[in-house]
Design a binder for this molecule. Sequence first.
Ligand SMILES: [Zn+2]
Length: 129
Amino acid sequence: MTLAPETTRGLARQLRKGFGRRCGRCGQSKAFRTYFEMKPRCDVCGYSFEREEGYWTGAMIVNIAVCEAWFFLLFIGTVLLTLPDIAWTPLLLIGLVTNGLLPVAFYPFSKTIWMALDLYAHPLETGEG
Ligand SMILES: [Zn+2]
């Protein structure tokens, strides 16, 4: 399946907003007041960041997916690079530390990436937001 060029540009633009921790609608304003404290709505366009109750479950899925992908790459990379004597102890230590820190550090990004992806898949309807 290939996406039309305007569709991939739209997705790339939304992902830039998400990775920049910006409003998923306008991309003009930061979505976070501090590193961990999210604003309730956009300073520029007024978009309410929580569209419905339970909205941030998708952000949790984004965060878990990134952490699982990181550990998968770490595991496969370590095993392939250290065969036949696999470095289990460094793998365990690095895995424990990074899997403890990554979900916390990635938390704000997971929320804005989720918001951007959600707005890409479900654009606002007239009068919504
Ligand atoms: Zn905005």
